[in-house]
Design a protein around this ligand. Structure first.
Ligand code: G4P
Length: 526
């Protein structure tokens, strides 16, 4: 099979949701469909439990286990589907943001009772920056929740999506009878506990067919007819191009735990989800069907075993064929590297592979050479775009607690930052180092890992920072004047880019207003 055929087989996507909406359950059901796992619970047991934040080691341990589920590949209807796992835990949101740079589409899970929640908004926002095509799955229809139209309104307003329902619920909670697929003109009747039979699916070409009453009763039949009519009037019809451009979002309803509406979602996904897409670099656009291999690292996972310092770098193949034991160029370090045991992930199994194709994710054993965003090529210099840093939410000064170990501390901090555990800023005024993280948990993780993996120790000191903002400007002299005047707020990130550390939302607004010569950005790529 040629590379073009291989590309056409692949669909690489991520499932995103606010914790508890049902991402893990849905992932598991999808894997069951693909035969990639045999029993329910296989993914669930790897889930990072919520509410365990007091014991970060436990979370890190679970995270270690969850390497196995970082990528889950399965075959369905002849397609090779890669699900990239995104940690739902808020403290690992950065990880999730970066993983989303490696997907070609996403499924957004929303809890019918809770509607659009904070983490859903953040993650969808990240996908929207890259125009990632997204399908919405409204979950837990077996429970009482919000009215379907109200939910669609909420999705449109809070997530800034243009929706097109491809399935519609018949009743809800106790009265949940099933869903009507507008995509396939089928009524799928609900029976709890995931035992859908052939006869539970009825093809209904015309909704006025009295079989509808027979199956769901007069009242729900009338409501469905009315609502489907409204849907057709209000919402745009599905349009492949619009969906692929990230401008139209199909919506499905179902209940993951009952394995209901999941097959319809998956069947539609397989039909419409994009194959591996081109990727932008600073130099040019990389197309998947190019002959030469290229790829980028989007995630680095430390081995939790302190005896082995090695890490796994996750590489997304963007073009050509990646081959084992072949020399490739590590672009940032301008050096050649080859990999004797690149790993592919097949749900519960890991295996060494000889080759991988665009859309695939390969795990590379790494002893500290990689950092997030690094490119591998056959020699060409490429810098992949779309892997920005976002402003952390928590900041602390980091001090060396053992002056005899300053080298170790430096190395440890450098490597942990390369892994993307947190971000490091250096204040311009004092040269003091500040660590920024998404969640407080990360500070404990860093302290622990510095001690156990690098033999260094650090202490933290509070600092009052609300946000870190990256800056752009046109007039160098005007920017230099700004930088001098606001010296006490200025820092540089790890790449040496100037960053403004705002103390509060209010003070930031004042600075933005009084300095129109400088543009403030909430991510390192703008
Ligand atoms: P997450 O990965 O998005 O955090 O969510 P997860 O799948 O773990 O689901 C969160 C909770 O919601 C779980 O219950 C799960 O069983 C439940 N759930 C998922 N899908 C449905 C659904 O369609 N209907 C209903 N009623 N519940 C659903 P839990 O009690 O927290 O965990 P567990 O004891 O079931 O493992």
């Amino acid at each position: 099979m040629g590379i073009l055929d291989e590309i056409k087989l692949r669909k690489t996507f991520g499932i995103i949701s606010h914790p508890d909406a049902g991402k893990t359950t849905l992932t598991e059901k999808l894997l069951l469909f693909g035969g990639a796992i045999q029993v329910a619970g296989a993914v669930k047991s790897n889930k990072i439990k919520r509410g365990a934040t007091s014991d970060f080691m436990d979370i890190e341990r679970q995270r270690g286990i969850s390497v196995a589920t970082s990528v889950m590949a399965f075959n369905y209807r002849g397609k090779k589907i890669n699900i990239l796992d995104t940690p739902g835990h808020k403290d690992f949101a950065e990880d999730t943001y970066r993983t989303l740079t490696a997907v070609d589409s996403a499924i957004v899970v929303i809890d019918v009772a809770k509607g659009v929640e904070e983490q859903t908004e953040n993650l969808v926002g990240v996908c929207k920056r890259r125009n990632t095509p997204m399908i919405v799955f409204i979950n837990k229809m077996d429970r009482e929740g919000k009215d379907g139209f109200d939910l669609l309104d909420e999705v449109e307003s809070k997530l800034d999506m243009s929706v097109c329902p491809l399935s519609w619920p018949v009743g809800m909670g106790q009265r949940f009878k099933g869903v009507y697929s507008l995509y396939e003109n089928k009524l799928i009747l609900f029976s709890a506990h995931g035992k859908q039979n052939e006869e539970d699916t009825l093809v209904i070409e015309d909704l006025s067919d009295p079989i509808l009453e027979e199956k769901v009763g007069q009242e729900l039949a009338d409501t469905l007819r009315e609502e489907v009519k409204m849907i057709k009037e209000i919402y745009p019809a599905f349009d492949q191009e619009m969906y692929e451009a990230g401008l139209l979002n199909p919506v499905f309803f179902g209940s993951a735990i009952n394995n209901f509406g999941v097959k319809e979602l998956l069947d539609c996904f397989v039909d419409i989800a994009p194959n591996p897409l081109p990727r932008e670099t600073e130099e040019r656009v990389v197309n998947p069907d190019e002959k030469k291999f290229t790829g980028f690292v989007f995630k680095i996972h430390a081995n939790m075993d302190p005896k082995h310092r090695d890490r796994i770098a996750f590489l997304r193949i963007t073009s050509g064929i990646f081959e084992r034991n072949t020399n490739y160029m590590h672009v940032r370090q301008q050096k050649k590297m080859k990999f004797s045991s690149p790993t592919a992930f097949m749900a519960e199994k890991k295996s060494i592979i000889d080759e991988a194709f665009p859309g695939d994710i390969v795990g590379l054993y790494d002893s500290g050479n990689f950092k997030i965003g690094d490119a591998l090529t056959e020699g060409e210099t490429l810098n992949f775009k779309g892997i920005p840093s976002f402003s952390p939410e928590q900041f602390r000064y980091v001090n060396n607690a053992n002056p005899m170990k300053s080298k170790q501390l430096q190395k440890g901090i450098d490597q942990l930052m390369d892994e993307g555990v947190a971000q490091l800023f250096t204040k311009e005024e004092s040269a003091r180092k500040i660590i920024g993280t998404v969640g407080a948990l990360q500070f404990d993780v860093i302290q622990y890992r510095l001690e156990h993996e690098y033999g260094a120790s650090c202490s933290y000191e509070p600092i009052n920072i609300y946000k870190a903002l990256w800056l752009s400007w046109e007039d160098d002299a005007a920017f230099a004047a700004f930088r001098k005047r606001r010296r006490s707020n200025m820092a540089v990130d790890k790449e040496g880019n100037p960053v403004f550390l705002a103390e509060s939302k209010w003070s930031l607004n004042t600075v933005i207003e009084s300095h129109p010569e400088v543009k403030f950005h909430d991510s390192s790529e703008y």
